[in-house]
Structures are given as structure tokens and as C-alpha cells.
Design a protein around this ligand. Structure first.
Ligand code: HEC
Length: 409
């Protein structure tokens, strides 16, 4: 166990579920906001330069308006960009118990970079540095949340360069940028053409330019998202995959197709206005992506969860004296359940304990985790079915067999 783990109390299974749920909520606020402010500051800078170069007051005006829209206001910036990320880091520390410190370090660095990016963006009208910092912070953030899931592609021990430039981190980074494009485009549509009845202090030419730009931005970002979802499903490791990952990915694809439709009609028919529908769909798409990724994260760290919650039950039992009542006998459990497949010194269905237990010597907790959640460890044997024990029973039998096997050394 990691050194830092000593400072953390194990969490109950319910507590862990709650933390995963909170992460979904927090990321459903953080990712749209950061996507919007990054997209907005980029296009604000882009149109400022273009306006200067082509001497077009419309571009300059749009550049100013766009950045005002995405900034919302300073306190929103602090809450949505900073507090959310800080809270999610605290949750990651709890969930990973610092066993995967690399992931947490990346998240902490991304927090500092995003602070710089937000300060620059909020304190000047167009800042390319603000945009660059925000972009880098998203990249590092994505690396942080990707490491615990894609253990088949990157390991926490890889160098920073290997992690940041690994195909999967780049892939996830581009996915977030596409989501950012979708959300920025649809927010512009929403603010100019729906919010408070739409902006009416704008002339037709300016309105048309904004409508075309926002539809094109949303459409070009959304068009390849289904492909990204598909590749993601192919690349995701088995232990992070589950039926719900498929379900949420399919839902996202369905919403994406509906959004195509709205965008298409709105770009074709002069008087149609689907700004609200497109905006709501964009939010829904981001939330579905967040849920899907959090479920994969939950699946990928399941072993860790079993370990933590069983330690929790053991601690609770100690505190409440529950294990003193009817004493659980490791020997009974061994004789009634395990001995049908195991013996200490010869092969039955499973391998002899003499051969498999030495690696658990001095590490009962690891053996408890195996018993609660068997994995395939020995080539040439079928996988062990889950014996369905409670954590305290697993602990009792683990202690018993580790003690007993000494006789065969
Ligand atoms: C239905 C048969 C069956 C039962 C019941 C069973 N096991 Fe197993 N066990 C296996 C098989 C098969 C393996 C080999 C799986 C593998 O490691 O690939 C195994 C492997 C193991 C290992 C080796 C793990 C490792 O990391 O090498 C341990 C320890 C173990 N079992 C303990 C237990 C305990 C304790 C019980 C009772 C609570 C139990 N088993 C019940 C079939 C069984």
C-alpha cells in the first residue's frame, strides 16, 4: 500500500458511489465551461486579428461580444473553472487513495495552468496567451483523467512526454476540443437568436454572418464526433467496459444525429430557428460523454473500490465489535467452500496453496481483495468463480490459509 494511504480512511461502498456521482455533476459543469471559454477566447482573438487586417468593424464587434458572452462574469469563472476542478481533485485523491499519484499530479498542474489562463482571459480583452494557457490546461487535465482508465495503453510510469503525446491522450484531447467547438457554436446561436428573444440591436447582415459562423462551427465539430465515440469503444480496455458504456455512447450518437437535423434545417431555411434545441442538445451530448467516461473510470478502478470498501467494513467491524459476536471461523469457511477446489499441497480444481500463497505472505489485504474479486492469475487453470463471501469472512479465511500454509513450507 502507498505511503500516503495511511492518511486516508477507507471509504464505504456507498460513499464511493456518491463520489463518482459527484464527479459526473462537477464535470458536467466544468467541461462545458472550460470548452466555452477556450473556444470563445480563440475566436475572439481570431476575429480581432481578422477585423484589423480586413478593416472590418463587424469582425471587431463580434470579437468583443463573443468574449463577453463566454466569460459570463468573474465569479462564475471562479466557480465553474476553479472550484469545480479543485473539488474534483479532492475526489480523485479519495477515490485513487493516491495509489495513482501520477494522475493526481497532472490534475493539480492543470489547476495551476487554468488559473493562469483564466486570469489572463478575464483581465484583458483579447489575449492569445489566455487561450494558449487554457488549451494546455485542458490537455494536462485530459491526461490526468485518462491515465487511470487506459492502463492498456499508458502506464503512470511513462515519462511526461510519452503520456502527453500518447495516441490516447491526444485522441481524448481532440474529443474535448470538438465538444468545445460544439458548445461554443451552439451557445453563440442561443445567445444571439434565442436568449431574451434574441439580440435585436443587430442588423440583418451582421445577424446572417453570426448565424452562418455559429452553424458552421457547431456542424464541423459535431460531424466527426460519432467516429470518435466508435474509436473510443474500440480502444477502451476490457476492465473499463460495461453495458452502460455502450448505452451512453449510443444515446450520445442519437442526440448527435438529431442535432445534425436541427443544424441542417436552420442553415437551409431562412426563418427557422432551432437555437434552443441545438443548445440543449449540445449540453446533453457533453453530459453523456461525461457519464460514459465516469462509468469507464468507475469500472477501471473497481478493484481499488473493492479493496477500499472491504478495509472499511473490517474497520467498522472492529469499531462496532461486530466481529466479536458469533466468531467467524476461517477454518470452517475453508472446509465448507474452498476445499472443494483447493488443497494445500496438491492440485484439485485450483492450484495448490503451497504454490500460490507465498506471494501473499505478509499481505492479507491483497489476498482478501483476490478472494472478494478473483482474477485470472495462474495460466493453465480456469478462472476462479467468485465465492460470494463478505469482507470479514474473506479476511478470516485469508488469515487462516496464510497461517496454515506455513506447515507446508
Ligand atoms: C469452484 C472452484 C473454486 C473454489 C470453490 C475456490 N477456488 Fe480458489 N481457485 C480456483 C481456481 C480454478 C483458481 C485458479 C485461477 C487462476 O488463478 O487463474 C483458484 C485460485 C486461487 C488462489 C490463487 C490466487 C493467485 O493469485 O494465484 C487462491 C489464493 C484461492 N484460489 C483461494 C481460494 C479461497 C480462499 C477459496 C474459498 C473462499 C477458494 N479459492 C475457492 C477455484 C476455486
Amino acid at each position: 500500500m502507498n505511503f500516503f494511504d495511511k492518511f486516508l480512511t477507507p471509504l464505504s461502498a456507498q460513499h464511493i458511489v456518491l463520489l463518482h456521482f459527484m464527479l459526473m455533476l462537477i464535470f458536467s459543469l466544468f467541461i462545458p465551461f472550460v470548452g466555452l471559454i477556450t473556444g470563445g477566447s480563440f475566436f475572439s482573438y481570431f476575429f480581432y486579428k481578422k477585423g484589423k487586417r480586413e478593416n472590418s468593424p463587424d469582425y471587431i464587434r463580434f470579437s468583443k461580444e463573443i468574449i463577453e458572452i463566454v466569460k459570463i462574469n468573474k465569479s462564475m469563472g471562479v466557480v465553474l473553472g476553479f472550484i469545480t476542478l479543485l473539488t474534483s481533485i479532492l475526489i480523485y485523491i479519495q477515490l485513487l487513495s493516491l495509489s495513482e499519484i501520477t494522475s493526481i499530479i497532472y490534475l493539480i498542474i492543470s489547476l495551476f495552468v487554468i488559473i493562469a489562463g483564466l486570469l489572463l482571459t478575464y483581465n484583458s480583452f483579447t489575449s492569445k496567451f489566455g487561450f494558449i494557457f487554457l488549451l494546455i490546461s485542458i490537455w494536462i487535465f485530459v491526461a490526468g483523467i485518462t491515465i487511470p482508465i487506459y492502463k492498456n495503453i499508458i502506464t503512470p510510469n511513462d515519462s511526461i512526454i510519452n503520456i502527453m503525446f500518447s495516441s490516447i491522450v491526444i485522441f481524448k484531447f481532440i474529443t474535448v476540443l470538438l465538444l468545445s467547438g460544439v458548445f461554443t457554436g451552439s451557445t453563440i446561436l442561443f445567445i444571439y437568436f434565442y436568449w431574451n428573444g434574441g439580440r435585436n440591436n443587430i442588423n440583418d447582415k451582421y445577424a446572417l454572418f453570426i448565424k452562418h459562423f455559429a452553424i458552421r462551427l457547431t456542424f464541423s465539430s459535431i460531424i466527426i464526433l460519432p467516429l470518435f465515440l466508435f474509436v473510443d469503444l474500440v480502444k477502451i480496455p476490457n476492465d473499463a467496459l460495461s453495458v452502460s458504456v455502450f448505452v451512453y455512447s449510443s444515446l450520445a450518437i442519437a442526440v448527435i444525429f438529431v442535432t445534425y437535423h436541427f443544424l441542417y434545417i436552420m442553415s437551409r431555411e431562412k426563418n427557422s430557428n432551432f437555437s434552443l434545441q441545438i443548445f440543449v442538445s449540445a449540453i446533453l451530448i457533453i453530459i453523456l460523454f461525461v457519464i460514459k467516461d465516469q462509468i469507464s473510470f468507475d469500472n477501471a478502478t473497481e478493484l481499488r473500490t473493492v479493496e477500499m470498501s472491504s478495509l472499511y467494513s473490517i474497520n467498522m467491524d472492529k469499531l462496532t465489535g461486530a466481529n466479536k459476536a458469533p466468531k467467524i471461523s476461517g477454518e470452517d469457511i475453508y472446509k465448507n467452500i474452498c476445499s472443494s477446489c483447493h488443497s494445500f499441497d496438491h492440485k484439485v480444481v485450483g492450484p495448490p496453496y503451497k504454490q500460490t500463497l507465498p506471494k501473499y505472505k505478509g499481505n492479507v489485504d491483497k489476498l482478501v481483495v483476490f478472494i472478494l474479486h478473483p482474477t485470472q492469475n495462474n495460466p493453465g487453470y480456469p478462472p476462479m468463480p467468485n465465492p460470494g463471501l463478505k469482507p470479514d469472512q474473506a479476511k478470516a479465511v485469508a488469515t487462516y490459509i496464510l497461517n496454515e500454509v506455513k506447515k507446508y513450507e
